[in-house]
Design a protein around this ligand. Structure first.
Ligand code: ASP
Length: 342
């Protein structure tokens, strides 16, 4: 019998309403489990592990990513796949982080959650959890797991984890991967798009737990008061600055802004350029308003999501030699970007 490890971290799926305040609060796995009798009907051996205190995913950060990565890594040989129940708010960050921390995966790690708690009749949680389990258990004709990467399953669609983003706070279709097509679609049958699935070149799982948060993110906006921001950007306190720029990677040509970035890079800092558009890629040099970035050595983040950019930087700072970091950020490591810098 195939063995799956179901990890419960919290999120709306397991929450119940506090009768005094009316706010949703996290509840333990026993409550969740009692609402889904279907779980007992799978011909699978499903073991459960739960955070001591289930969390709203706004509380989840690097410490919890490390906990999840260690649990999966310790259980890796004993289980055929992993399903992680997680709040939707930061699910794309956790899935992106784990894709870098668990390199060489040959087994599925499927994240899911829900927009409505499991105790509510119209919940999307049941379908999400049941299909996520089916996907994590799926094997091909050779008996190998169909999925061998970190993914997010939500509302009939399976996305690559490090391409996913939460796009809606109220629709059941809460996730999208604007720059990478679906890995699978759940209809009457589960349709897998095999040519889109990641296959690792590494011989075995390599778990990296170290992360560093010496990163700043600036989302550019018209009229941005650069002098207010300047004081936060000091190397080596900050080692990477992520810029969320306009369109295909463009910015205003403010001389104070340009001088600040040039000095930061000169001192040893890295600047990564990603777009604030929901889809598409940075193309530095395509417009006059991005040629300066090219000249001073800003790294193009191509079509990285903000979640993947942040977690990749946190990962690279702790695991990649300084001299190799810029090239690492430009290169697709676990399928997180599609168009390397030209
Ligand atoms: N605030 C919740 C969380 O992310 C939202 C959800 O699960 O959908 O934990």
């Amino acid at each position: 019998m195939r063995r799956l490890l179901l990890i419960y971290t919290g999120g709306t799926i397991g929450m119940i309403t506090n009768s005094e305040t009316g706010a949703l609060e996290s509840f333990d796995f026993a409550h969740l489990y009692s609402q889904i009798p279907e779980l007992k009907r799978f011909e699978l051996d499903i073991q459960v592990k739960s955070f001591d205190t289930p969390l709203d995913s706004s509380e989840i950060g690097p410490r919890h990513w490390q906990q999840l990565a260690s649990w999966i890594s310790e259980a890796y040989t004993d289980f055929d796949g992993f399903v992680v129940l997680h709040g939707t708010d930061t699910m794309a960050y956790t899935a992106s982080a784990l894709s870098f921390m668990l390199q060489g995966l040959r087994k599925p790690v499927v994240f899911t959650g829900s927009q409505l708690p499991i105790g509510i009749i119209r919940t999307d949680g049941k379908e999400n959890l049941i299909t996520a389990i089916e996907m994590a258990a799926a094997i091909d004709a050779q008996g190998e797991p169909v999925l061998q990467e970190v993914a997010v399953y939500f509302e009939y669609a399976l996305f690559r984890g490090n391409r996913s983003a939460k796009i809606s706070a109220h629709q059941f279709e809460a996730f999208a991967a604007p720059n990478y097509p679906l890995l699978a679609k759940a209809g009457v049958q589960i349709e897998w798009y095999k040519e889109r699935l990641l296959r690792t070149p590494l011989p075995e799982l390599k778990t990296h737990l170290a992360l560093s948060n010496e990163v700043l993110i600036w989302r550019l906006f018209p009229g941005m008061p650069i002098e207010l921001y300047a004081s936060a950007l000091s190397f080596p306190k900050v080692k990477i600055l992520i810029l969320e720029t306009f369109g295909a990677g463009n910015a205003f040509s403010d001389s104070a802004f340009q001088a600040l970035l040039a000095a930061f890079i000169q001192e040893g800092g890295l600047v990564l350029n990603i777009t604030q558009c929901q889809s598409g890629a940075v193309r530095q040099g395509a417009y006059q308003t991005s040629t300066f970035f090219e000249q001073i050595g800003v790294i193009s983040g191509a079509d990285l999501t903000a979640e993947a950019a942040l977690t990749k930087c946190m990962f690279a700072l702790a695991n990649v030699e300084q001299a190799a970091r810029a090239q690492y950020l430009r290169t697709s490591v676990v399928g997180e970007l599609s168009s390397p810098e030209k």
